[in-house]
Design a protein around this ligand. Structure first.
Ligand code: NAI
Length: 216
């Protein structure tokens, strides 16, 4: 099996899509799936799926396809979602509170255990039915250690995103960041994923618009 370090990012994204599809098929009562069926459902070539899964030592059988339970277990092992990851979100605004309230994250083992903010009026309050506490951002490293937080989320306005990223990566326990701010941030020694919904909209309108340079 290859180390995750050598796995290209697009493969990691496809693995997450395979996992979501496998869960849907299992809920529908299926036991087996072929790479062709997975490919048809996800609009990905079956040869690509076989190649992606072969990174980890193929676990399908030619002709019979993949056992869905084994495939789910294998994908969860590969992606580290057979455990709980504690998450701290900096910025207890629209995005931060939405993440704390999002049951789908919890279902996959991503547990928002703390929010951090610089606004004194928000500090000390709790968010949602799970009553996720909001701490002052000055307490960041202390709470990250206390609550075993390994993933930090940046949900502050763009102009503060880099300084928040620096503060988060200065906390020894942080292994990775998800950045919601619409700005490029730089990190050393931790993994980084950017999420920007407006990039998806721009990509979509570019496709709808046809990318036609001559249009008036
Ligand atoms: P918001 O204004 O509702 O909340 C931001 C929070 O961050 C506030 O509570 C504020 O007090 C806090 N904050 C500001 N500077 C801080 C600092 N240095 N340390 C700690 N807390 C600080 O903002 P909203 O709507 O939640 O958006 C958050 C970020 O996410 C923005 O950068 C926004 O552009 C971005 N965004 C991203 C989307 C995406 O798809 N990635 C979608 C919508 C917004």
């Amino acid at each position: 099996m290859e180390s995750n370090k050598k796995i290209p990012s697009p493969v990691a994204k496809r693995l997450a899509l395979y996992h979501r599809c496998v869960e849907t098929l299992l809920r529908a009562g299926k036991e087996m799936v072929s790479s062709k069926e997975l490919g048809d459902r996800l609009s990905i070539k079956s040869s690509q799926i076989r190649k992606d899964l072969s990174y980890f030592g193929g676990f399908g059988k030619r002709g019979t396809g993949y056992n869905l339970h084994s495939l789910k277990d294998a994908l969860e092992n590969i992606m580290g979602i057979n455990r709980t990851w504690n998450i701290g979100v900096v910025g207890a605004g629209n995005i931060g509170t939405a993440l704390a309230n999002y049951e789908g994250l919890l279902k996959d083992g991503y547990k928002v255990v703390a929010l951090f903010d610089k606004n004194e009026k928000k500090v000390g309050k709790v968010v949602g039915t799970r009553r996720v506490p909001i701490y002052h951002v000055n307490e960041l490293c202390e709470k990250i250690k206390e609550l075993s937080i390994e993933i930090g989320v940046i949900a502050v306005p763009a102009e503060y995103a880099q300084s928040v990223a620096d503060k988060l990566t200065n906390c020894a326990e942080i292994k990775g960041l998800v950045n919601f701010a619409p700005v490029k941030i730089y990190t050393h020694h931790v993994e980084l994923e950017d999420v920007d919904i407006s990039v998806s909209f721009k990509s979509l309108t570019f496709k709808i618009w046809g990318g036609f340079l001559g249009r008036k």
